[in-house]
Design a binder for this molecule. Sequence first.
Ligand code: HEC
Ligand code: HEC
Length: 211
Amino acid sequence: MNRMLAAMAATGLLWAVLAAAQDAPKPDLARGEQLAKQVCAACHGADGNSVAPTNPKLSGQHAGYVYKQLANFKQQGGKKAARENAIMAGMVAILSDSDMRALAAYYAAQSLRPAVASDKDLAAKGQKLWRGGIAEKRVAACAGCHGPDGAGIPGQYPRLAGQFAEYVDAQLKLFRAGARANDPNGMMRGVVARMSDEEIEAVAEYAAGLR
Ligand code: HEC
Ligand code: HEC
């Protein structure tokens, strides 16, 4: 390759790198850690391993999902938030877009200390539902989207393995009531619409014990 062509190729590469950096600026992990420890730790723990079961564990959760939730908690231009929660609305009000990306990247990099399933019989009922759904009620298997082991899929489905049963139970009931409605294409509302309280409790217990 002659000099001229080599220089053009290098410039092209540089532009491609710069453009990619502009599309997705690298999240500032140090900023994420600082915010997590100063603002969020009281409820979610310093590394996202919450201890109170009403506060979800965030450690090891997919960054794209955490970012989406933070953005959904925000009230934009006088409209109500896509995911309504009084506590979290107050928390995200002060966060910029890059703060939310930094926090999401920070939590995704922490290791989860998972919750446990304490009621084995209930978890066994939940396992059937998780893996096979409920055919006669047309309830889809959770495993189909969240994975057999509850690890989810980055960019699509949140991780549920090791999340508190109480939190999972509460979210499923919010989806069923339509009070949480930020699921793309109503995917979760469709799944839980025909589930009973007992079925929800069982599957939540199973999720807590998944590894
Ligand atoms: C005063 C307690 C409190 C503080 C402080 C707090 N949160 Fe939360 N957070 C909650 C509660 C409670 C929920 C569950 C909301 C619900 O039921 O929908 C939640 C939910 C979340 C979720 C959704 C998780 C999921 O699995 O869908 C994210 C993400 C989150 N918080 C991030 C943060 C971040 C980041 C901060 C700091 C900027 C923060 N929280 C500060 C209490 C708190
Ligand atoms: C068709 C795919 C699909 C199926 C099947 C499905 N889910 Fe989900 N689920 C999703 C998506 C997508 C989200 C993320 C919603 C959002 O962006 O807020 C989600 C979110 C959730 C959440 C909220 C997580 C959090 O941290 O707040 C819970 C809990 C949940 N699903 C439980 C279940 C259970 C239990 C089942 C089986 C009964 C199930 N899901 C079946 C797609 C699915």
